[in-house]
Design a protein around this ligand. Sequence first.
Ligand code: MLC
Ligand code: AMP
Length: 504
Amino acid sequence: MPNPLYDALFAPLATRDTAFLTLPDSSTISGAAFLRLCQQVAGALVAAGLEPGDRLAVQVEKSPSALALYGGAVIAGVVFLPLNTAYTPDEVAYFLGDAGAKLAICDSRKAEALTPIAARCGSTLMTLDADGTGSFADAMTAATPRATPANRTGRDLAALLYTSGTTGRSKGAMLSQDNLLSNAVVLRDLWRFTERDVLLHALPIFHTHGLFVATNTLLLAGGSMIFLPRPDTDALIRWLPHATSLMGVPTFYTRLLDDPRFTRDLVAHMRLFISGSAPLLAETHEAFEARTGHRILERYGMTETSMNTSNPYDGERRAGTVGFPLPGVELKITDPETGETLPQGQIGVIEVRGPNVFMGYWQMPEKTAAELRENGFFITGDLGQIDADGYLTIVGRQKDLIIAGGYNIYPKEIELELDEAPGVRESAVIGVPHPDLGEGVLGVIVPEPGASPDTGAILAALGQRLARFKIPRALEIVDELPRNTMGKVQKNALRDRFKDRFKP
Ligand code: MLC
Ligand code: AMP
């Protein structure tokens, strides 16, 4: 039965007895063995009563079994919903409820906190730990492996990936099989991935970058991956000599450059370094070339669209730019007020259209209509400018968004919490330059008259509710927030005032 994503990415593993994954202890998992793991997952999903189109939520540590959950979902035709391991149970509750996940799989450490939440959301809860044990692992052993993929078309949903919203409510981006597959084909070809490639994979696998850009591209190319649980710099340096390519967020590259062991010799054999998910400073690009002789290839994408643009493989990889639209992707710069296309060279909103663009937000028709035009163009909320040679530069964001270490953080979600804190009248959350993470989260609070808020206690309380990467690295107390004549908080003024807050 047809299942385009399975047929292109997973079916070819059946005859591969060479390594698909190399693990930190140097052990390997062959392509065929990984496919068997995926088939066991699919068998257990079917045994748990999941049918094509049902949603499977997973919040598990990175491991080969965790990656096999994705493959198993593709085989069973189940919609894969990966969740950041840093999310608190409160945050997970929203995703389970909103997506109507039939099954949720978590680490056993989280099972106690998530049991009542899953029950409330009508989801079955099972466990899978990074060592491959847990109640779902038992179910995999007990079930008959499912080798025949569910019948799916390219328009069927493959994944639901949540992105935070400007109003605080996360939106589930619906990605079809075609969305994922079209992007993998383009990236494999453009970046020249082949079966000889070994990707050093140190990204999390709950986001587009580590899950789709990295994994799908390597699966399609028939290459392999050194699969590290974390982007630990020691481990990167230990494994780089065995890799041909690395995909990372800019923090990977700044951390490597900070390490004297990261030398030209160490990476002389490497074919390709790719960066994305957050802006790579031109100075990092230049320092990297000076140290290694390699020019990092920067590309630009998002959850809703997977990848949109890339610097060229052969031509000039221009520092500070994200290159050209990918083959098959149309891109224009529009006026934020009128939506009209602007002349080349002007700054405006980046809009994209192509087979990569998602199918809309899960059960949010108004939000879908607001961001995805009827003619198929998606309004990214990023501000860009195209130079005379056609290179796109991202010059800012229309959306109030902070990107720290490649994770997106919407200030509104944190402001809503801070506003409720004892002694706080109002708050504003901003991103300011951070030497390691690109941007760091800073909370600015105005106290109630006569109050002296306990910032330590406020941050500790916030940690109970929100994932740690969202917690402000510091809180500043001010008498009042700068506002324009319309009463809107002027975050630019705050960003300017506190721009050196995290300077070393
Ligand atoms: C970890 N912490 C962060 C953070 N990551 N804080 C802010 N932003 C981040 N990104 C916090 C932890 O909560 C912890 O806080 C402390 O920092 C140390 O945590 P850690 O786990 O030791 O951090 P580390 O492993 O060093 O990870 C840092 C990182 C990682 C930047 C390498 O965050 C990472 O891998 N980021 C990649 C994100 C990604 O894949 N994005 C792609 C999105 S897809 P405390 O308080 O406990 O000390 C997308 C589309 C596209 O955007 O274009 O690709
Ligand atoms: P996400 O919601 O995680 O999909 O994040 C997507 C956002 O990350 C985009 O809208 C951009 O703002 C940002 N982004 C991704 N790649 C780049 C890049 N190379 N340079 C600057 N910003 C980027």
